[in-house]
Ligand binder design. Structure first.
Ligand code: AAO
Length: 500
């Protein structure tokens, strides 16, 4: 420990394990990148190609991949079978270990990091003749998972979570019947660490910790502190620690608080998802967004992992309720994503979905079992059952916007007293929104140098022309901004890179 005294104040610089714990807040993104995408249920080979063909070139920083370890095979192959582990073998419907390793290598090579959704709160729930995606068998009813191996002594005693006001119950009982591992046991910790350190050695940059709310923070701390450093052969600086973002649902009013986890890593901010959905659905006025952040009850920016929707709440699982916006409300969804990406708050994740009609429906398949690859259209969009929100111009161009304006501040906030707002990010970018049912058409301060700029929402720069709306910024930084109420998009955005 180094102690420095300055006048009245004593600053302590802690080295060693607590220094390492701090580094768990850093996503380890390649320089100049800011935003990850969840490629929900994609196959490893398809993600590798997507890193090279689209994500790298468009400036995405990383990919959250679906769980990588062996899961139970459930009838009709619902998406949620992947949250019922059978073993830590790296074989799922997304691919095998060799394909996973190859994906991590290829993505890192083009500056796109891989984050794994890791499920270690629990194993699979009761099921007769349980069989996994790598061919392992188990008997969840007797808590026997021989392919790890785990036996009944590795689990908490059987009880059901039905009261979220009882923290002991939430952490020691079974979430929807999933066999609840006891992470205070050294055998259990060692198996989890073998699994996670193997992923680190394969080159991943961090983890989404599934159901972290259901694990004791003290047990998580012990596990996190034993993570290996990131693999320097994948371009990480020596001593880099895995990025940790923990799934803790806290909309208020329950026994467990998100703040119990902020010392350990970043935490999912579900209030951000619920609030941004409410605003852009018209339940709150856009002008109130002027203090977006902790004033809304959110975690501090550096602790907050933010998203418009996730794989649960886009289909009514988990938390956020009917306020959550999804691809099914395309105009408002694009506006919410554009605001999340334009405003300097939190560590954002873009959702990329497959289309669904019911909440259990799994990803598109070729034969009812094997996951089908997305089909790419000439305009960058996907078909074959894949929505690919991350390939919507209005979203990927705002990822580019966030990269360009990073480390700048909000300036010149403007609103019309209702649902039209605009702001600058220093002199790097300008964005405007119209969620009123009448046109926005007025002169606004863009803070940008004089010139003609291409709106990256209605189109994009193509050589020396713009495929969408363009605008002339005068020598005073002002421009006439127009977003008509009947336009496809309620956003207008320009930045120093979109100058013609
Ligand atoms: C499936 C079947 C079940 C079956 C089970 C076992 O659907 O019927 O019993 O298998 O055979 C996913 C699916 C589950 C699926 C599971 C296993 O969503 O349907 O069960 O795989 O295959 C809680 C947890 C949170 C969890 C969320 C879904 O705290 O960790 O439930 N999310 C993660 C994953 C998720 C996964 C798992 C965990 C399990 O992202 O995909 O499950 O690995 C309150 C609490 C929340 C709680 C919700 C649950 O939320 O605060 O902590 O989330 O209840 O409903 C308002 C409140 C809000 C409240 C919410 C809902 O919004 O403000 O606080 O209402 O009541």
């Amino acid at each position: 420990m180094i102690v420095i005294k300055i006048g009245c104040c004593v600053l302590l610089f802690l080295l060693g394990s607590s220094y390492q714990a701090n580094a768990q807040f850093n996503p380890n993104y390649a320089s100049g990148r800011t935003t990850m995408v969840h490629l929900f249920e994609w196959k490893w080979n398809d993600i590798a190609a997507e890193c090279e063909n689209f994500l790298g070139p468009k400036g995405y920083a990383g990919v959250q991949v679906s769980p990588v370890n062996e899961n139970i095979v459930a009838n009709n192959r619902p998406w949620w079978e992947r949250y019922q582990p059978i073993s830590y073998l790296l074989t799922t419907r997304s691919g095998n270990e060799q394909q996973f390793a190859n994906m991590v290598r290829r993505c890192n090579d083009v500056g796109v990091r891989i984050y794994v959704d890791v499920v270690f709160n629990h194993m699979a729930a009761d099921r007769a003749n349980a069989r996994g995606t790598a061919g392992s068998t188990a008997n969840p009813g007797s808590k026997s998972f021989p392919a790890v191996p785990y036996s009944s002594t590795d689990f908490h005693t059987t009880c059901t979570i039905n009261n979220y006001n009882d923290a002991n119950q939430v952490r020691n009982c079974e979430l929807v019947g999933l066999k609840d591992l006891d992470q205070s046991k050294s055998w259990v910790r060692d198996r989890i660490l073998d699994f996670l350190n193997k992923l680190i050695n394969l080159g991943v940059a961090g983890f989404r910790v599934d159901a972290a709310k259901h694990v004791w923070p003290s047990d998580l701390k012990t596990i996190y502190n034993r993570f290996n450093n990131l693999n320097t052969q994948h371009g990480f600086a020596a001593g880099s620690r895995p990025f940790i973002y923990q799934e803790v649902v806290d909309l208020g009013g329950e026994a467990i608080s998100k703040y119990e986890y902020t010392d350990l890593g970043v935490v999912t901010e579900f209030l951000h998802s619920a609030s941004i959905g409410k605003v852009f659905r018209g339940g709150d006025q856009l002008r109130w967004l002027t203090n977006w952040g902790t004033a809304w009850g959110f975690l501090p920016s550096t602790s907050a992992f933010v998203f418009v929707d996730n794989h649960d709440n886009q289909r009514g699982h988990g938390a956020g309720g009917s306020d959550v916006l999804t691809y099914k409300n395309a105009k408002q969804y694009k506006m919410a994503n554009a605001f999340m990406l334009a405003y300097p708050f939190g560590i954002p994740r873009v959702m990329s979905s497959f289309a669904f009609d019911n909440t259990d429906q799994g990803p598109p398949t070729s034969d009812g079992n094997n996951i089908a690859s997305p089909i790419f259209n000439a305009d960058n969009s996907c078909s074959g059952g894949w929505v690919c929100e991350h390939r919507w111009r209005q979203i990927y161009n705002m990822v580019g916007f966030r990269n360009i304006v990073s480390n700048t501040n909000v300036q010149n906030w403007w609103d019309n007293g209702s649902n039209q707002i605009a702001f600058c990010r220093d002199n790097k970018g300008f964005v405007a929104f119209n969620n009123d049912n009448y046109d926005l058409n007025t002169s606004l301060q863009t803070c940008l140098p004089a010139g003609t700029y291409c709106d990256i929402i209605s189109g994009e720069k193509s050589g020396s022309t713009c495929t969408g709306k363009s605008v002339v910024v005068g020598s005073d930084g002002r421009a006439n901004i127009s977003i008509r109420q009947n336009e496809n998009d309620g956003v207008f955005a320009i930045h120093v890179g979109s100058k013609l």
